[in-house]
Write a protein that binds this ligand. Structure first.
Ligand code: 9Z3
Length: 353
């Protein structure tokens, strides 16, 4: 019987460290190919001296069976990540967009199945006798197809930004589905970006599961319902920020997100995270207000930043946009990325001071 169906306590006494996790959980089969592609993308950016940001986006799944029928999922449509990637590109960064398969992506997010569905732009019209319009499908036997965007200017600007990015080759996508794939990719991509030193930024907006089922505890086949209720005991996902800061990419500018449903927890939890892991910025967001306000928490410039040497001080900066402005198309990610670009630049400059 597998532990997934077993109601007895977990046999693992120790929580997984990052080291024991990677020593026991298998890498995804596409990892080597993904890393080769990332390496080639990074070397192109290094050659032209461009800064690179790794944007993680979307939720991770936790499969419950090896032949997976059921899984736990994490909330996130990938809006924050996809929107932010566009603003980073606009700011001149190259972007590695590491996202949950089928979650929102930069540019196409404006025309996803839920926002401006593609088919709503198309009209069928009777074919004219003479057909010269380049946009039409010329088939006199059938009605022609014409494109009618509700807001042509918007479509034009999204399309031209998308084409410019394609031409410049500054966007590279990598996909994950499970939390295991996410963790292996995060480690591998961070190590590749290590080459860029302070010119690399990490923008960790993916909603990552805190719990998972180790492979050795998973049922091979679909969990059967014959035994009544299902009791699952899951292990804690190892904290990856610590090895990121200490080993994988010590010079990188690392920004993590903290999601809470109770606003009063945002600042204390963000501070605790900075104190524990020693990275640069935690952006706190409350579930329902995340499109209108976020809080940047970082160590205050007066503190040494050396944990244990003095009690680090913290500073908070709230960014807010008006709900009316948001309804009119203003996106808080524009302000988040502006603020981060400024902070990243001073982080790069501070190496010589
Ligand atoms: C976030 O907090 C993101 O901003 C959202 C974006 C997931 C809220 P959407 O894709 O949502 O725009 O719909 N991401 C980080 C979530 C997370 O897993 N944080 C961990 C935590 O809060 C720590 S790193 O404990």
């Amino acid at each position: 019987m597998s532990a997934a169906q077993d109601s007895s306590p977990s046999t693992s006494e120790q929580p997984f460290s990052a080291e024991s996790y990677f020593a026991t959980q298998p890498p995804p089969p596409t990892l080597d190919a993904d890393v080769r592609n990332v390496r080639s993308f990074v070397s192109q950016q290094v050659a032209v001296g461009r800064k690179v940001v790794l944007v993680t986006s979307g939720g991770t799944t936790v499969p419950l069976e090896l032949n997976v029928v059921r899984f736990l999922d994490n909330f996130s449509a990938g809006t924050r990540g996809a929107t932010s990637a566009e603003y980073f590109l606009r700011a001149g960064y190259a972007v590695i967009f590491m996202h949950r398969q089928h979650s929102l992506q930069p540019f196409s997010r404006h025309y996803s199945h839920s926002t401006n569905p593609f088919l709503d732009f198309l009209e069928l019209e009777d074919a004219p006798q003479e057909q010269t319009d380049e946009r039409t499908v010329i088939d006199h036997a059938r009605p022609i197809i014409t494109v009618h965007p509700s807001d042509p200017e918007h479509l034009r600007s999204v399309l031209s930004a998308y084409k410019a990015v394609q031409k410049a080759g500054t966007l590279h996508s990598v996909t994950f589905v499970t939390v295991n794939e996410y963790l292996w990719l995060l480690r591998a991509v961070s190590k590749e970006l290590h080459l860029l030193g302070r010119n690399a930024m990490y923008y960790l907006a993916a909603a990552v599961s805190d719990f998972f089922l180790p492979r050795e505890k998973m049922s091979e086949h679909k969990i059967q319902s014959g035994k009544g209720s299902l009791i699952l005991e899951m292990d804690q996902v190892p904290k990856t920020l610590k090895p990121m800061v200490d080993e994988w990419t010590p010079e990188g500018f690392i920004v993590s997100f903290k999601l809470e449903t109770d606003t009063t927890l945002l600042v204390p939890k963000a501070r605790a995270s900075l104190e524990r892991y020693g990275h640069q910025v935690v952006i706190g967001n409350e579930l329902h207000r995340r499109k209108f306000e976020v809080v940047f928490v970082s160590r205050s410039s007066s503190s040494s930043g050396i944990v244990g040497y003095d009690k680090p001080g913290f500073e908070e900066t709230w960014l807010r946009i008006d709900e009316k402005a948001s309804a009119g198309g203003k996106e808080i990610e524009e302000d988040i990325i502006n603020e981060l670009v400024t902070r990243h630049l001073s982080w790069i400059k501070s190496v010589n001071t």
